[in-house]
Design a protein around this ligand. Structure first.
Ligand SMILES: Nc1ncnc2c1ncn2[C@@H]1O[C@H](COP(=O)(O)OP(=O)(O)O)[C@@H](O)[C@H]1O
Ligand SMILES: [Mg+2]
Ligand SMILES: [Zn+2]
Length: 769
């Protein structure tokens, strides 16, 4: 230890390095910290690549090379000041602000990192190695920080003491890093080919229990995959298993080029991937309150800094007056120190003053968030909100409003919003928001606007099934991908004009539709010159601003929502007790694992209900739900195709249900109206294709067992029924209503009945038989 007494120390203990790394539960979030830093350093490109290396744990080095502004030796030294970032003060557009991302991120990925950086004729290294600390049993965090003059390659170490320090640092680096000589070290600097830039190399990867590295860099040579996610597991969205997919959406307006193992990431501009996009402006008094608080805080900080600076300046002046030109050396040293201190504090005060003024000015700016929604016609199962904070992705696939209920209502809608720091700040790992309450409030607001969007696009009116069928979603399973039939591919492509980023000027260009573009691979180096649109085929041509039609939240839609929510909350009628069968849970949780409020609500409603009241009589069960064993009564023995028969009476029942709910509670209709009067049937997403057979079997049961009025749900509830989770739709007075089967009694005697929970209707009386 003694031999390291001259080296730089991070002001913390070794254990902290580990604790610090655990903030990143989401491993790609840790990698993203390094990408963020490149972006903050104004890099135009970052290369993320791996280098096979047998000697290190995991067998490869993970490297992040950017062409940003780099760091001089002083700035490199400040990298190890944990928790201190100058970024926020200077530019609120920067992503880093907690001064910890590099350390927490890299220490989450691997055990050690070495950073090479070039700036203004200097080269510097920051070497943070836990292996070194462990091997040498060091508690403090010692960070070798050698630096060189770029031209001569000579160490920047003037005094003998500095030279000694330099030699010790090189010893440590060549012993514990993958680079075993000064020559190898300089070869790394050569990878930064411009005037400035930074290369971070992480090694000794974290391993899974099976001994494999957490990041799989071999399965796909141009991607980095989560090793513990089965690549065929469709329940995990691409952004959570492929680093390429994640980085494609990491920034709301991608400008920096990202390469993974040499292959460029085709960044996605979300708004260009949505069908029928609409933008809604959202404002809240809460924003104003928060920004006032922020401005007051900044003003206070600026005042304090000003006082400190003045104090230090007057001290320095006093000293100057006392210390004459021929004063002894120690007095002159003290004077110089006082002057330096005063200058530093003056600088700090100036920055804080500027920040305070900016915040004061921003008080006057209207604080409005833009919610953008659109249909994900490429992959409807991927829906929910993408929440960005100061352009950087924080949350993805966050289901809001009706989406949390798992029905078809608002499903398939993707949305996004970019929230400024003034409104919300992220947690340290940038995977969530610090103020959970404010964040929930934001999600609720998005839910309200989503309902409005759903109304505005009128999909419910035209029929949800029909809408999706139109784009090739022919499978009964909601999660299935759309048909690859050229007809449908063309349909989808026509609605989503191809938007591509120029490799040179980084402007986005929307190409005129051409059937030949479908499935076409565009070269990585695609640039404006290749644009068939002659108006925009030069880099100098301005980027066309995306014109997203604006929508407005109509007051009544919000109140309707609130009303139905209230009704829901105050359901007074006891409903049958029914333990939620697992498939229901799955269906309800098919997206956001976070937001289970709807499910909880459902579960609690059911728990509240006394067990004895169940599907007792036909009159009670028909009232508010669809019984979708339809047609059964009408054509008991007929082997007709279910596709058309099932929904037939579905709609009929729902029809009666609706009428009855409107004027509650009128006596239920004893019989469904004749099939003639029935609109085209829909089962949604029609698992009904399977039901052809299924329901014939059910039919048989009915025939065999007769139709007893079994009273208890236990007696007949089929918790494993495949029908559970099935999306159904019913047309009532010309409007389609969607819902989901939450229970069936197919195991018991009697007609098979589906207990359907409607997405929107009848909210106040759902969960009835
Ligand atoms: N790739 C990079 N290029 C230039 N400077 C960097 C880079 N990575 C890190 N830094 C410097 O290191 C500091 C610490 O980084 P980090 O721990 O991520 O905290 P933060 O980004 O919040 O400031 C940054 O403020 C920046 O000055
Ligand atoms: Mg950072
Ligand atoms: Zn261009």
């Amino acid at each position: 230890m003694a031999q390291y007494s001259g080296l730089s120390r991070a002001q913390l203990t070794f254990d902290y390095l580990h604790t610090n790394s655990t903030t990143h539960e989401f491993l790609f979030g840790a990698l993203a910290e390094l990408v963020d830093n490149a972006r903050d350093a104004a890099a135009t490109k970052i290369h993320v690549y791996t280098v096979p290396k047998k000697e290190v744990r995991g067998g490869y080095l993970l490297c992040f090379l950017d062409d940003g502004e780099g760091m001089d030796p002083g700035e490199a030294a400040s990298v190890i000041q944990f928790g201190k970032s100058s970024k926020r003060a200077v530019d609120s557009q920067m992503i880093g602000q907690y001064g910890n991302g590099l350390k927490s991120g890299s220490m989450r990925i691997g055990k050690d990192f070495i950073l090479f950086t070039k700036k203004r004729n200097t080269k510097s290294i920051v070497f943070l190695s836990r292996t070194f600390h462990q091997e040498e049993k060091i508690d403090e965090v010692i960070v070798p920080l050698p630096s060189w003059d770029m031209d001569s390659n000579r160490p920047i170490a003037k005094s003998a003491k500095q030279q000694e320090k330099y030699l010790t640092e090189i010893d440590i680096i060549t012993k514990y890093s993958p680079f075993k000589s000064e020559k190898e070290i300089h070869e790394q600097f050569d990878k930064i080919d411009g005037e400035s830039g930074t290369l971070v190399i992480i090694y000794h990867m974290m391993l899974l229990d099976n001994g494999e590295p957490e990041l799989d860099v071999t399965t796909n040579s141009v991607d980095i995959l989560m090793a513990n996610v089965d690549k065929d597991d469709d329940s995990v969205p691409p952004e959570k298993r492929s680093f390429r997919a994640y980085t494609a959406v990491l920034y709301i307006e991608p400008r920096m080029k990202i390469y993974i193992n040499g292959s460029k990431v085709c960044t996605r501009r979300l708004a260009s991937c949505l069908y029928k996009p609409k933008m809604y402006k959202y404002s809240s008094n809460r924003f104003k309150t928060r920004s006032e608080k922020e401005a007051a805080k900044a003003y206070h900080e600026a005042q304090m800094a000003e006082e400190k600076a003045r104090d230090a300046e007057s001290k320095a002046r006093d000293l100057q007056n006392k210390v004459g030109p021929v004063a002894p050396k120690d007095q002159r040293v003290a004077l110089r120190q006082a002057q330096a201190q005063a200058e530093m504090l003056r600088n700090d005060a100036d920055i804080k003053k500027e920040v305070a003024e900016t915040k004061k000015r921003s008080l006057k700016e209207p604080k409005v968030l833009n919610f953008v929604f659109g249909m994900n016609i490429e992959k409807r199962k991927l829906d929910g909100m993408f929440i960005y904070n100061c352009s950087r992705l924080i949350r993805m696939y966050e289901c809001v409003g009706p989406q949390t209920e798992g029905g078809v209502n608002c499903s398939g809608v993707l949305g996004f919003v970019d929230v400024p720091y003034l409104v919300l700040e992220p947690t340290h790992n940038k995977q969530n928001f610090a103020d959970a309450k404010e964040y929930r409030h934001l999600l609720r607001a998005m839910g309200d606007y989503l309902v409005q969007y759903w109304k505005d696009v009128g999909i419910a009116q035209q029929g949800v099934t029909k809408f999706w069928e139109n784009f090739g979603y022919l499978s009964p399973n909601w999660k299935d991908d759309p048909s690859e039939d050229p007809k449908f591919k063309r349909k989808r492509a026509m609605q989503l004009p191809l938007t591509i980023q120029c490799d040179q000027c980084l402007k986005w260009r929307t190409l005129p539709f051409s059937a030949s573009n479908i499935n076409k691979e565009f070269p990585e180096t695609w640039n404006c010159n290749m644009n068939p649109d002659t108006q925009r085929n030069r880099c100098s041509a301005a980027e066309v601003k995306q014109n997203i039609p604006q929508g407005f939240l109509k007051k009544e839609s919000r109140t309707a929502e609130e009303k139905s929510q209230k009704l829901l909350d105050s359901v007074s009628k006891p409903t049958p007790r029914l333990d939620l069968p697992p498939p229901v849970r799955q269906a309800a949780m098919r997206r956001s694992s976070q937001d289970t409020s709807a499910q909880q609500r459902r579960a609690s409603t059911e728990e509240r209900a006394p067990p004895q009241r169940t599907k007792s009589t036909p009159s009670s069960h028909r009232r508010d739900s669809i019984e979708a064993s339809p047609q059964r009564q009408a054509t008991k023995t007929s082997p007709v195709k279910r596709q058309s028969s099932a929904p037939t009476s579905t709609s009929t029942r729902a029809d009666s249900a609706r009428k009855e709910t409107k004027a509650p509670p009128p006596p239920p209709k004893a019989k469904p109206p004749p099939p003639k009067a029935v609109p085209e049937p829909k089962a949604y997403p029609a698992k009904v294709s399977v039901s052809d057979k299924e329901e014939e079997e059910e039919e048989m049961e009915v025939t065999q067992n007769g139709v007893p009025e079994n009273g208890t749900p236990e007696n007949g509830v089929d918790a494993d029924s495949e029908d559970i989770g099935k999306k159904v739709e019913a047309k009532i007075d010309g409007t389609w209503y969607s819902g989901e089967v939450v229970a069936t009694n197919s195991k018991g005697a009697g007609p098979v009945r589906w207990k359907v929970k409607f997405d929107k209707y009848p909210r106040d009386k759902y969960d009835k038989w």
